[in-house]
Design a protein around this ligand. Structure first.
Ligand code: HEM
Length: 118
């Protein structure tokens, strides 16, 4: 049975999705200030590795857990929703099906409590 990672198109697809997501974050003034001090090349690789893991692809994420990573940013529901919306649009641009996109968003949404530290 193929995993969500396979259905989405594997590593290359995740890289394209994350690049598209980062373009959208960069031009969103409600979000881009959070990333002002972030090395986006490093962030890209960490996010690709992280998504690979939660979509049942290769386990290659060696970064910090989601609560520690996002602690102290005072993130709110609206920030999470904005990233989730950009992610969903990035997946549509890459041509993912609405079924696979909503499966991916479900998995990301399970992490909301940890990311918002709430
Ligand atoms: C929606 C689901 C989200 C996921 C799956 C996610 C995932 C990640 C991952 C994997 C990292 C890298 C951790 C590391 O380098 O060790 C990271 C870092 C980061 N995230 Fe998120 N994140 C999410 C939401 C958000 C939101 C809503 C914001 C703010 C609007 C945000 C802001 C950041 C920032 C600023 C960093 C970099 C921290 C640094 O430079 O040290 N994230 N995130």
């Amino acid at each position: 049975m193929s995993t969500l990672y396979d259905k989405l198109g594997g590593q290359l697809a995740l890289e394209q999705i994350v690049d598209e997501l980062h373009k959208r974050i960069a031009t969103d003034s409600t979000l881009n200030h959070f990333f002002a001090g972030t090395d986006m090349a490093k962030q890209r690789n960490h996010l690709v590795a992280f998504l690979s893991q939660i979509f049942e692809g290769p386990k290659q994420y060696a970064g910090r857990p989601m609560d520690k990573t996002h602690a102290g940013m005072n993130l709110q529901q609206q920030h999470f929703d904005a990233i989730a919306k950009h992610l969903s649009e990035a997946m549509a641009v890459r041509g993912e099906s609405s079924e696979d996109t909503s499966a991916a968003l479900d998995r990301v949404s399970k992490l909301k409590g940890a990311i918002l530290n709430k």
